[in-house]
Write a protein that binds this ligand. Structure first.
Ligand code: ATP
Length: 218
């Protein structure tokens, strides 16, 4: 059964770092689909978004619509109250059955904080984690896998086949093309009236410009 990839994030805004991560992990793991899941209230990160849920969703759709491997799922935006990755993975597991490998895509900086997520140890009963080494991740550069919570150590595998042989529970790191692009830097550029072209797909850059997102008045 072909594995499916789930990619959660704030995507405020989505950029080429996200899209390359999804593309390279999809190819590396033979993922049938990568589903982008914009987070509603990212409780594990605090609420620092300047774009609305609807605007973030629109930008994710604009960025992914021309790639048939990408889907967008807005279930976390529709949920009342706090939204947790645990609930989303649990729902996917119910929908997909016990056997399909589910691979949650994540950057190394976010994975280093996984032990702050709701029911974090139970996440591994629901999905694998494919961890892309992020170009601007200073903790990884100094500590390598030591940047991750020690409990995940026994779950780490270097073997993609081993990971895909089971539905959930493994962690594998992946060296993607280093792209030191961040949503924060894009927000700062937009705030200063500087160009954000070539950091995010043109339709997203145009949407940000025309809706005056991240500008002082917005
Ligand atoms: P910021 O850029 O402000 O740090 P972010 O882009 O990390 O925000 P999210 O949108 O939540 O915030 O990121 C979604 C996922 O994409 C996270 O797992 C993050 O680690 C990963 N990610 C984001 N940018 C990159 C990048 N340039 N390279 C690799 N992974 C990335």
């Amino acid at each position: 059964m072909a594995p499916i990839g789930l990619f959660g994030g704030t995507f405020d805004p989505i950029h080429f770092g996200h899209l390359r991560l999804a593309t390279e992990l999809a190819e590396g793991f033979g993922l049938e689909k990568v589903v982008f899941l914009p987070a509603g209230l990212p409780y594990h990160r605090g609420r620092d978004s300047h774009a609305t849920n609807e605007q973030r969703l629109t930008m994710v759709k604009l960025a992914t619509q021309r790639d048939s491997r990408f889907d967008v799922d807005d279930r976390e935006l529709k949920r009342d109250g706090p939204t947790y990755t645990y609930d989303t993975l649990w729902e996917y597991r119910q929908e997909r059955g016990a056997d399909q490998p589910i691979v949650f895509l994540i950057g190394s900086d976010a994975f280093a904080q996984i032990n702050t997520w709701h029911k974090w140890q139970s996440l591994f009963g629901l999905a694998h984690f494919a961890v892309a080494i992020r170009a601007d991740d200073a903790a990884w550069q100094s500590k390598g896998p030591g940047a991750f919570p020690p409990e995940v150590g026994p779950r780490v595998t270097l073997n993609r086949r081993e990971l895909l042989a089971s539905p959930a529970g493994k962690v594998m790191t992946f060296s993607m093309t280093p792209l030191a692009i961040s949503s924060t830097a894009i927000k700062n550029l937009a705030h200063d009236g500087a160009s954000i072209r070539y950091l995010t797909p043109d339709p997203v850059a145009e949407y940000i410009r025309s809706h005056k997102l991240y500008t002082p008045a917005s």
